[in-house]
Design a protein around this ligand. Structure first.
Ligand code: ZN
Length: 284
């Protein structure tokens, strides 16, 4: 069974900073606009009018991707729903209501709820346990953006597969080339969990995860710029040095994440899967 520290004491913190670059146009939509001079479907903007991406949009796409990968692994190895549950189904989610009720009566309820959760929920959270991954809203790099574009869309009638009568609309999109500052914190993740986080970050870097709406029309392609990446890792062992001498060269060096470190995390992830397989076989 994977060891998943809870959130009551500091065990570790991984900070990622980098840039998300769009290779195609994209749209992260706001509510439908009723203004006459505005597109029917505007993009989401900050109060001062700049497009932005809510951290929750990235997290949603990241979680969905992680679930799809873990569902394949768990099916190949007969692990039931240990790695990724079905959060929308009461029977197939890792913490159904009656189980929550029983676990909440235990002395260390938080720990019990976390241990009973699937790997995906332990990292991304569910109704009962906090997420270990926190993503800041992404602000656009103004140098990479001039103005949005408006595209026409036609609503397709599902039955006839032809354009629904007179139902045209237009939508706003941010053109290709837009760059966004990305900042992520991963709190109290075990090495195996950090391996899973690295798999996600590597997938973003390869451009395997698309973001936003109108993907079937070619929108939403993006990748993380590896040149701009900064990873910092603080463990409980270095916590005091971090708090007292944040900028001291030794403290900075101690926080640096080497290639070897990320390999260690990936290996820990692989080993945790094997442990889960052994555990499942013993239980049978
Ligand atoms: Zn779950």
């Amino acid at each position: 069974m994977i060891h998943s520290p809870d959130m009551t004491t500091f065990t570790s913190r991984l900070r990622y900073q980098g840039q998300l670059v769009f290779d195609s146009a994209h749209r992260i939509g706001a509510e439908r606009s009723l203004a006459v001079d505005a597109p029917d479907l505007p993009v989401l903007r900050t109060v001062d009018g700049r497009p932005y991406i809510p951290g929750s949009s990235i997290k949603g796409a990241w979680r969905a991707y992680t679930e799809s990968v873990l569902r394949t692994i768990q099916a190949q190895r007969n692990l039931g729903h240990a790695l990724a549950c079905q959060p929308i189904s009461e029977e197939l989610r890792c913490l159904p209501k009656d189980k929550v009720k029983t676990l909440k009566d235990e002395a260390d309820a938080d720990k019990a709820l976390r241990q009973a959760s699937c790997w995906t929920c332990r990292i991304f959270g569910n109704g009962q346990i906090a997420s270990k991954v926190l993503i800041k809203d992404l602000m656009i790099d103004e140098a990479s953006f001039l103005r949005t574009e408006v595209r026409d869309g036609v609503a397709i009638d599902r039955d006839s597969a032809r354009a629904a009568d007179g139902f045209k609309y237009n939508f706003e999109a941010v053109p290709a080339g837009a760059r966004f500052e990305m900042e992520i914190l991963v709190e109290n993740a075990a090495p195996a969990e950090l391996g899973l986080v690295m798999i996600g970050l590597n997938s973003f870097a390869r451009g395997d995860i698309l973001l936003g709406g109108a993907k079937s029309r070619g929108l939403g392609w993006c990748h993380l710029d590896r040149e701009m990446e900064k990873l910092e890792y603080v463990t409980s062992e270095h916590l005091l040095a971090y708090l007292l001498n944040r900028d001291d060269p030794d403290a900075v060096a101690a926080r640096a994440v080497t290639e070897a470190k990320t390999r260690e995390w990936l290996i820990a992830f692989e080993e945790a899967i094997q442990e889960e397989v052994n555990h499942a076989q013993e239980a049978r």
